[in-house]
Ligand binder design. Sequence first.
Ligand SMILES: Cc1cc2nc3c(=O)[nH]c(=O)nc-3n(C[C@H](O)[C@H](O)[C@H](O)COP(=O)(O)OP(=O)(O)OC[C@H]3O[C@@H](n4cnc5c(N)ncnc54)[C@H](O)[C@@H]3O)c2cc1C
Length: 391
Amino acid sequence: MLLENRDACTGCGACANVCPKKAIFLLPDERGFYYPQLDADRCIDCGLCKRVCLIGRKKELETPDFSVEVYAAYAKDDFIRRQSSSGGVFSILALEILRQGGIVYGAAFDENFNVTHIGVRTEEDLAKLRGSKYVQSFISDTLYREIKQELENGVSVLFSGTPCQVAGLKLFLQKSYSNLLLVDLICHGVPSPKVFSEYLKDLEKKYGKITSYKFRDKHRSWKWPNVEFYTSDDCHRIYYGLDSFINLFNKSTVRNSCYQCEFANSERISDLTIGDFWKYKSSETMPDDDRGMSCVLCNSAKGTKFFLELPKALFFEKRKLEEVEAGNPRLLSPREQVLNNFWPLFLTLGFHGIKKKFCSVSLRSRLGLWLRIGCPWLYNFLRNIWGIIKK
Ligand SMILES: Cc1cc2nc3c(=O)[nH]c(=O)nc-3n(C[C@H](O)[C@H](O)[C@H](O)COP(=O)(O)OP(=O)(O)OC[C@H]3O[C@@H](n4cnc5c(N)ncnc54)[C@H](O)[C@@H]3O)c2cc1C
């Protein structure tokens, strides 16, 4: 039987891709997350869906020559770095694959702001994959098959995504390919597409039709970003601390499987892992200018070789794994659920009700946030004074 453990299903789509009778469909549940549904009339009990299911398979997916080398890095190209969520390493890896005539897979918005995995072959299209989309990206029931075909044709492929998506692809392929580079993200969990779509509707009531949306605008700061969106006549930015979707992401809008994620640790299953280098400590050659710093975990000989051959496009420096772990708890364990009653409330109150209940920011916190953004030195000064008073 398909899906014995629904709570652990990540929606990676491997079962739907492998089914020879197209008997498995991915359909959204009431929370907006995709789960496999079986058409029993078409099923021939071949067991392939079971064979590719990633639940409980983490150990066998680990890279055989696993040994981690860690780097801090960012793109030399300032435009790429500014447009990316962290230091722009993903784009640099992807450009090299495109230069080789290859194809790069990753998450993109469609015209209705649904997030879906697609493949791109040109630098122009690469922009669609650039930047984090903090929503679970949909994997179609043909995507892994298409990737396999490209690999069999000898095309260089970079597949990027959450660790569970990489696991789904690996299990679907059932063998390794020298022309495949696997890149996963350090992942804090994937928020619900339904919550995101209701949040956008809520924004549109206030601001009008949204024409583009970015989860992380870093123009002022990488560490204190905004969400940014455009309507026909204006650009709008909302500071993270005040944005309802980001607030809820940090609380409880992620998929159930994220709370028991087998991949939230530093034994990775991809060739390369990329993330934000939070708590990065400046060196003389690479000072922290708050414009975005990536951490890169080279997990396999293939990943290390590929990364180290990119020096012309990147500034990078070797670091210790512990430095990255210090700012990235998702390299140590899965996240915990903050609000146990989030979903029942969301399903009865809707986004607007939830926003009112969980996302209101007191005047004092609002003032604190504005001070932190507008006048950081004064904010730090007052905080220090307050610390002394408290002592
Ligand atoms: C849901 C989510 C949670 C994350 N949590 C953390 C975290 O806790 N700690 C941390 O250090 N980093 C986290 N990241 C990664 C971080 O936000 C950056 O994506 C990463 O550092 C790469 O940045 P970049 O500047 O190199 O490239 P960018 O151009 O900013 O990132 C593009 C890459 O992100 C991928 N991507 C974007 N959205 C999705 C999506 N919805 N699903 C799958 N892949 C996607 C693209 O395919 C591409 O590979 C998370 C990303 C996502 C999408």
